[in-house]
Design a protein around this ligand. Structure first.
Ligand SMILES: C[S@@+](CC[C@H](N)C(=O)[O-])C[C@H]1O[C@@H](n2cnc3c(N)ncnc32)[C@H](O)[C@@H]1O
Length: 330
């Protein structure tokens, strides 16, 4: 336990090393040099305009963490980490790392948030402060969305489904992956006006504009359409408080065809609020940046679904964070 406590207390140290290396552009410089010979500290420092003595400490620490490798005073991305730390790579986690970096400042306010019981800075404040944060927030979600979409799909009834609505789609990757995989379905991806230009970029990059419609609006106020076979809420309920979630689930119910499926993917705790670990911690994270968001519990979410009229509730976990999925039928 002593070791565990010390590890938790110092958990910010490796996290900051990773975030700052990403922020400084170290991974970009090293990955753009891949194939060529590895770089010395001096070469890296010249390109990034940093102090070479401090840079050497940072790069050695990254070697110690297993993220870089070093041979004859030359550094490159470690083989196992390279695809994840190459900013433009298809498996890149660099946007996710930047998202953690964005939240760093907010975590510094945790004590104030707990004293006053409301966020110090909302997600909207963060986005207004720097427009790049919105882009980064959306791109940061892409990293695990494709994986999640493929882990969820075997549990869904895609034999009968033709029309899918991805509500609060962000990059729209779930719907895009499903439309790519199942040739008979078409999808609507729905998000707020400031996000849809980014969503459109994703639709174009998948080459699926003929089967994926992008719709802009506020799902709390605006119509979301009718007659869908499947409606996905991925990482949505956790952004809102109980009253908004209940209203939204009733709206989802009305927008589905009889027999249609509602799919909820996100952070949900058990009845005690303490498991799984990722969801218990997420409840704090979302409390820092939204007025009433939460990792609503599985029993509470199930109750909302039943009250909205849904039946045949099923719950399962996937091997990606967040891990909880709930499916229900109209
Ligand atoms: C946490 S992201 C999830 C994105 C995507 N579903 C995923 O899991 O990858 C939440 C998304 O919901 C969108 N959103 C939140 N409130 C919304 C609202 N009232 N109307 C439409 N979109 C909304 C946000 O703009 C954002 O893109």
């Amino acid at each position: 336990m002593q070791k565990k406590i010390i590890e938790i207390a110092g958990g910010h140290v490796p996290a900051r090393i990773l975030m700052i290396a990403n922020r400084l552009g170290l991974f970009k410089v090293l990955s753009s040099n891949s194939g060529a010979k590895a770089l010395t500290v001096k070469e890296v420092s010249r390109r990034l305009k940093t102090d070479s003595g401090s840079m050497e400490r940072l790069m050695n620490a990254l070697v110690a963490l297993g993220l870089l490798s070093k041979q004859n005073r030359r550094y490159r991305l470690a083989r196992e980490a390279a695809s994840y730390l190459t900013p433009d790579g298809s498996e890149s986690l660099c946007d996710s790392i930047t998202l953690y970096d964005t939240f760093w400042e907010v975590w510094g306010e945790l004590d104030r948030m707990i004293r006053r019981g409301r966020p110090i800075m909302t997600m909207m404040d963060l986005i207004k402060k720097d427009r790049r944060i919105l882009k980064n927030f959306i791109h940061g979600m892409r990293d695990r969305a494709a994986q999640a979409a493929h882990m969820i799909s075997p549990h869904l009834d895609f034999k009968r489904a033709r029309t899918v609505l991805d509500l609060g789609a962000g990059p729209g990757v779930y719907a895009l992956e499903w439309v790519k995989t199942y040739p008979r379905i078409s999808a609507t991806v729905f998000d707020i006006p400031s996000v849809v230009p980014i969503t459109r970029q994703y639709v174009r990059s998948y080459g699926l504009a003929d089967r994926v419609k992008v719709k802009s609006g506020d799902f709390k106020r605006d119509p979301i359409g009718q007659g869908y076979d499947l409606i996905l809420l991925a990482n949505i309920l956790q952004m809102y408080g109980p009253a908004d979630c209940q209203r939204l689930l009733r709206k989802v119910y009305r927008a589905l065809k009889p027999g249609g499926q509602a799919v909820i993917h996100g952070f949900m705790t058990d009845a005690t609020g303490t498991r799984p670990r990722e969801a218990a911690i997420f409840a704090l994270t979302i409390g820092l940046v939204t007025p009433s968001g939460n990792a609503h519990s599985v029993p509470l979410t199930a109750r909302w679904l039943k009250t909205a009229g849904f039946r045949d509730l099923r719950m399962f976990n996937i091997d990606v964070i967040p891990s909880s999925v709930m499916v229900a039928r109209k």
